[in-house]
Design a protein around this ligand. Sequence first.
Ligand code: TEU
Ligand code: CA
Length: 560
Amino acid sequence: MKKQWWQEKIAYQIYPKSFYDTNGDGIGDLRGIIQKLDYLKELGIDILWLSPIYESPLADQGYDISDYYNIDARFGTMQDLEELIAEAKKRDMYIIMDLVVNHCSDEHIWFQKAMQDLDGEYAKYFYIEEGKGDKPPCNWRSYFGGSVWEKIPGTNKYYLHLFHRKQPDLNWENPKVREEIYQMVNWWLEKGIAGFRIDAIINIKKPLPFKDYPADREDGLSSMHYMLAEAQGVGDFLAELRDRTFKPHQAFTVGEVFDIKPDEIGDFIGEDGYFSSMFDFGQTIIGSSELGSYAAKQPTPEQYKASTFESQHRVKEMGFLSNIIENHDEPRGVSHYIPQGDCGEQSKKMLAAVYFLKKGIPFIYQGQEIGMENVPFPSIEDIDDIATLEEYQVAIRAGLEPQEALQRVLPYSRDNARTPMQWTAGANAGFTNGKPWLMVNPTHADVNVEQELNNPDSVYNFYKQLIALRKNSQYQDTLVYGELEPVLQEAENILAYARKGEKNTILVLANFQNEPQKITLPEGYRIKEVLLTNEEGEETGIEIFLNGYEVIIAECAKNV
Ligand code: TEU
Ligand code: CA
């Protein structure tokens, strides 16, 4: 694959609302990001992905955009953003924005005009359909619960929203809509941003005409997976988007792509793919249930390993996945993937190393670098996220008692990742002088930036070393471009792989459990030198003793 400017970079996701508040209104803002740029630079970050900051009623935290060309006043001004882009540039850093174009807000002018004239030009920007008798046009279940169809008062017509009813779907079949989108994307790229993370993009193609699929819950509705499996031709839209916008700007783009068909990976992220990269969600979907998150199960280390290798194997030299352990839609990775009771400094570093050194672009989600954990929300009243509130109702409807329902849905709540960034052990974790919009995790007394910067053994400093290692000229070629080969795949709760480059081979050996284990490296591998570990030992050779949650990153000897 041809070398691209972004392949050697490290990316970091900022959730602006919870990053840093500079004016005491309890909401993080763009000036807060500007103030923390040096912190991020010092860590070794190159690319910053900002979750949406466009004008929005924030029904879904900005994933419901009412004006693509404006900044929401709660986050700041266009001048602030321009300053952020310029300040980033001074530090050799790049800003990418969230591109949310499957839907907009019902408060967007297009939708307002559509509702004023259901036969007019703007009505064709959306999906507006006649009901079937007194029923909606079809039985799809929205990602956020209930029908995807919202009745338009005084008519028998409905508009489509795959997400919240305040997020009407844009009609990509209409060439005018596509033109509007390309114009907007180019406007942003010309402003100096380096690219986009592309939201929910697989959903832009609907199999038409609308029809029912088998009901899979008692509500008589069908999950979106059926319609996505049947949809054909999303690639035509995406190729056009690429050619008209991303490609001429050499933008870095990373797709939020679920439900891809296995033979399409090359089309998405190959040499001339629709996107530069796409997230590997293989691990995040382990244990999920069609019944709802109350019925989901935590992944086991063996499942985590299997999924890691499966994703890596599927993509191989075809392209670059983007690797994560969490994002703003997921619980905290350390709480989710490390078996209950075992989450601590050692296991956090172990998880960091195994995901970070896979082939692909490493993404760090804000707070991950200090080991932020899930939040002990005392009650459902403390939850803000619309998806969690719906999952709670699903659990209640399934017959669970309120307390049980809460305990079952909390471990999967999107709000786990959305609480304020923990800067200090002080009031509101140093995030704001006002009242934070969402509660602060009580763990901030121990888990915070200030303390971890000063502790050479902190999770933060481990991340910093991982980043430095991936950028070390001695190992960069191997860690960025080298193939990944699973090692000791059969050994239970051992997650180990080799990265093979022209200059060297690097082994990542992790013991994904609390009990120590002794392993013997297979033929062809012998440790020459440990490059980084979360333990004291300086193991060499082929007989390796691993403590609980120990991880060793080592260079192999040649010719063994
Ligand atoms: O998420 C897309 C999506 O499919 C989500 O429903 C995802 O499956 C779920 O959140 C997992 O918990 C994107 C954004 O990342 C999310 O924040 C938005 O709510 C959604 O699109 C709508 O824009
Ligand atoms: Ca603020």
